[in-house]
Design a protein around this ligand. Structure first.
Ligand code: PEP
Ligand code: MG
Length: 824
């Protein structure tokens, strides 16, 4: 083991007892991807059976041999506690070195530790030092380079904080720090152990390499310094809950995937390349090495003007491309994945990069050459960061920066050509490389560097590709064309398997595929329970393309077409004709199947600048949905005209969001009728979303006034539980399975059934396997969900009886908490 992750070395750890110290160290190992969390218990178990106190204030907790399968990768966590915690027989441990070892790779560290213990004052120095690098250097036998002292920076306001983001400060949160800092005119710096960076530049911030547990100072000078520091501290703290929740989600997802994945092990000995599990699944393919071709740039100079403009043009072109990739990725994969490209755009926007390149251009160098020079220097600087998580982000800068060079040189960046099922090995893949992979042939990814939270790992999980990371440089020695079995769940690549083993691997993959295929094969069958009750399963979409994909995936129509997306990210509202074309195309894509189009639901979490909406302290409780539509007659009538014109082409229902009072229904219906009559358009069903608790409570009266209900469990939950649906800290508690939410859905369904109108659910609960069953049991007639959930929910409904689901619903209503409901 040559390196120790900086995120695993904690100076002045906030622990007071032996157990706290062991669990704290274990958590660092889990977050860094070295072990699965059960190994923490194994560390505790060891304490009961043997003495892990080495002497001279050093303890070496390590797990039990029988639990080694929880170790993905050998690693260490070093916890410095200057005041010490009581270890064995009253002895104080001040340097706790927790070891997760797969074999005996940690022996060298032990040898160094014992050597240090024999050297007078050496351990004392490590126990009292303030720089994690000093400990890493001592334990890895490398020279220690103290951080270069910089000039003091006189500040008007400052605040010391400890960063508690489990993955350190990486590009996503850092870009939000930059955004906050840029809102203030004064100068803002982040100070870290004698180094400092401008809080308004992303590369500067990332260059500091701030890892978990690090103490930093937020400092500002000039007018408004106090406010700026406070504002920045608030951003840092707000993101903390999100970062911790993200890391926890990734960990739980990885552990669940590991538990569900097919178990396969070769019977005969094979060569094995170990890495860190990054995306679960098993696949067989030929090794293909991906190398990013080095860009050759000649230093060609024309005039300062021309070179300067060429660079500027390339930068804006790439920024626009990244915005497009962000939008495309958000559509294809989701907001989390799309954020990668927003962060890349922010990296390129760093004015210091541009300044340095312009400096070289002024000295008579070509634009591409000058840009490459600054880029290479910055990428190198980032790569040198001791924290592997942060160093891995150098790739983002390289990727975005090389795009600029390629644009200036007019080079098309090509994807690799593949012809057979392939396991791609690479030092790392850039986010754009990963997106360009030919998914027909790539069956797995093995990366020599990076970590389980790298962008490659995130994308692999979203794309459903087995992947492992951090496999070390020997991975890249594997010969091209070698047959390999990749197990992304265990983080293992098997080479030279026997024919018999390849056969068993194929069987394991087939069994898994069969389960998925069986579900897919039946996706067009109706969702009829085994006692003959049929429920409609619809999808939530935003445009015609998604509607077509939903039908292909087994949806029987669209239960919610959100129209906000037509209005977002543009300069002015879409015209009637533009809206009409989108609605008409979606109707066409559905070929006569039902389509519920929801009128504009702006406000709350969705804002558009051109509507000039006044600032609201509590936008979720403000003028949103139906309230906004009724206060902006031109917005409502334009949309209604487009909707009624489209209604000529197929079955459409119109639905209104965020309705609260009966009077709103009357006003909306009157407006609809006026538009319809003027256009001589067909009558269409008019319904409402049930997402304000008041409507659920008065559902019997609303049921007399509308043609259908659709319960929006996302908003209903936030309003019933008084928990912001976007609040990272409350995310786990804001559970729509809370019995209070279910009770209101029950009242709504009962009122609808009594009045003989349709009741559906289009919030997230409809696509949850347990939620769907409870909703049907409560009397809901149809469910509308994300396309990817359709086939599985249909399969679940078919395997159930209505009476079972009714009993389940009654037990859920009687439960005391969402957790009790989930336990059913
Ligand atoms: C809901 O609130 O459950 C819903 C479906 O609407 P949205 O998520 O668009 O607010
Ligand atoms: Mg809603």
């Amino acid at each position: 083991m040559e390196t120790i992750a900086k995120s695993c070395v904690i100076i002045k750890a906030p622990v007071h007892t032996k157990e706290e110290a062991i669990r704290f160290a274990g958590k660092r190992l889990v977050d860094a991807g070295y072990i699965a969390s059960p190994y923490i218990d194994s560390l505790m178990k060891r304490e009961a059976v043997s003495n892990t106190f080495l002497g001279s204030g050093v303890a070496i907790p390590h797990g039990m041999i029988e639990d080694r399968h929880h170790v993905f990768h050998t690693g260490l966590a070093v916890i410095q506690v200057p005041e010490g915690v009581v270890w064995q027989e009253g002895k104080l441990a001040r340097l706790i070195v927790a070891i997760a070892a797969q074999s005996d790779e940690h022996i060298a560290i032990l040898r160094r530790l014992t050597r240090l213990m024999q050297k007078e004052g050496a351990i004392e120095e490590l126990v009292t030092c303030t720089d994690a690098e000093r400990i890493i250097a001592a334990l890895t036998d490398t020279p220690y380079m103290p951080p270069a002292a910089t000039e003091p920076w006189p500040a008007d306001a400052k605040m010391e904080i400890m960063l508690d983001y489990p993955n350190g400060l990486h590009a996503r949160p850092a870009s939000q720090w930059v955004e906050t800092a840029k809102r203030h005119a004064c100068e803002i710096r982040i100070l870290k152990e004698g180094e400092r960076a401008d809080a308004k530049t992303l590369t500067g911030l990332l260059g500091l390499g701030i890892s978990f547990g690090q103490k930093i100072v937020l400092a500002a000078r000039g007018e408004g310094a106090e406010t700026a520091v406070r504002d920045l501290a608030e951003t840092v703290a707000r993101l903390s809950a999100e970062e911790i929740a993200d890391a926890e989600r990734a960990r739980v997802a990885a552990e669940q995937a590991r538990a569900n994945a097919p178990v396969w092990k070769p019977a005969a000995a094979t060569r094995m390349q170990l890495g860190v599990a990054a995306s679960p699944g098993l696949a067989i393919g030929k090794i293909v090495r991906h190398e990013s071709s080095a860009l050759v740039v000649e230093d060609k100079f024309t005039t300062t003007m021309e070179e300067g403009s060429a660079l500027e043009a390339a930068l804006s072109k790439v920024a626009a491309e990244l915005t497009e990739m962000e939008a495309e990725t958000r559509r294809r994969l989701g907001a989390g994945e799309a954020a990668i490209f927003a962060a890349q755009r922010e990296l390129l926007a760093d004015p210091s990069l541009m300044r340095a390149a312009i400096g070289d251009i002024m000295r008579g160098h070509g634009a591409a050459w000058s840009w490459k020079k600054v880029l290479d220097a910055r990428v190198d600087q980032q790569r040198q960061l001791p924290d592997p998580l942060l160093a891995a982000r150098a790739l983002d800068l390289k990727d975005a920066g090389e795009r600029v060079i390629a644009t200036m040189l007019g080079i098309e960046r090509k994807a690799i050509v593949l012809r057979e099922p392939s396991v791609l090995i690479a030092e790392d893949l850039t986010p754009s490389d990963t997106l360009q992979l030919d998914m027909r042939y790539v069956v797995g990814l093995a990366i020599s560097s990076g970590g389980p939270t790298s962008h490659t790992a995130i994308l692999a999980r979203t794309l459903g590709l087995p992947a492992l990371v951090a496999a070390g440089p020997s991975l890249l020695q594997i010969e091209y064309g070698t047959e390999a079995v990749i197990d992304g769940t265990a983080g293992c690549l098997y080479l030279g398997c026997t024919t018999a083993d390849i056969e068993t691997a194929r069987a394991a993959i087939r069994a898994q595929a069969l389960r998925i295929e069986a579900m897919r094969a039946d996706r067009y069958q109706r969702a009829t329970t085994s006692d003959g009750h049929t429920v409609s399963v619809f999808a939530n979409v935003t445009n015609a393309k998604q509607a077509a994909d939903a039908i292909e995936a087994g949806a029987e129509g669209v239960g919610l077409m959100r129209t906000e997306f037509l209005f977002l990210e543009r300069e002015s509202a879409p015209s009637e004709d533009e809206q009409y074309a989108v609605y008409r195309d979606t109707i066409a894509a559905l070929g006569g199947r039902p389509l519920i189009i929801r009128a504009l639901d702006i406000g709350g979490d969705k804002q558009v600048s051109y509507l000039d909406l006044p600032h609201e302290e509590n936008p979720f409780l403000g003028v949103r949905g139906a309230r906004l539509l009724l206060s902006r007659p031109e917005l409502l009538s334009t949309q209604l005209r487009a909707l009624y014109r489209a209604a000529e082409h197929g079955p459409v229902s119109i639905m209104f969001p965020m309705v609260t009072e009966l009077a709103e229904v009357a006003a909306l219906r009157a407006e609809c009728e006026q538009v319809r009559a003027a256009l001589k358009a067909p009558v269409v069903p008019l319904g409402i979303m049930v997402e304000v608790p008041a409507v659920a409570v008065m559902a019997d009266r609303f049921a007399q006034k509308v043609d259908f209900f659709s319960v929006g469990t996302n908003d209903l939950t936030q309003y019933v539980l008084a928990m912001d649906r976007q609040h990272p800290q409350l995310a786990a508690q804001a559970d729509p399975l809370n019995p209070a939410v279910l009770a209101l859905i029950g009242i709504t369904a009962k009122a609808a059934n009594a009045a003989g109108i349709h009741v559906g659910v289009c919030g997230g609960l409809a696509g949850d396997p347990l939620g769907a069953r409870i909703l049907i049991g409560l009397g809901v007639n149809d469910l509308s969900m994300s396309t990817q959930d359709v086939a599985i929910v249909k399969t679940i409904i078919r395997s159930e009886t209505l009476s079972n689901m009714q009993q389940l619903a009654q037990r859920a209503l009687a439960a005391g908490s969402a957790a009790e409901v989930r336990a059913l």
